[in-house]
Design a protein around this ligand. Structure first.
Ligand SMILES: [Zn+2]
Length: 79
């Protein structure tokens, strides 16, 4: 995962990750630009499903992308 600094747009390095829940992770990043030195926390969370898991966790509910053919997906999951 590459992220750029919101202040100087320079590349950042991940210093720490914390799994808060099964669908939410916090990432601590530092800007590599020594003139900037910004340190911040970003969040990583699934937004939508592009291809369903073969071993889905029933407690995880992530919306299916509108780009997916829902009828084909329902048929595949019922087989
Ligand atoms: Zn920066």
């Amino acid at each position: 995962m590459r992220t750029h600094c919101p202040h100087c747009n320079g590349p950042c390095t991940i210093r720490k990750t914390t799994q808060v829940s099964s669908t939410y992770r916090e990432v601590t990043l530092t800007c590599n630009n020594t003139d900037c030195g910004y340190v911040f926390v970003a969040s990583v969370s699934p937004v939508r499903t592009l291809s369903p898991s073969s071993i889905p966790d029933p407690d995880v509910n992530i919306p299916i992308s509108t780009h997916i053919d829902r009828r084909a997906l329902v048929k595949a999951l019922s087989e």
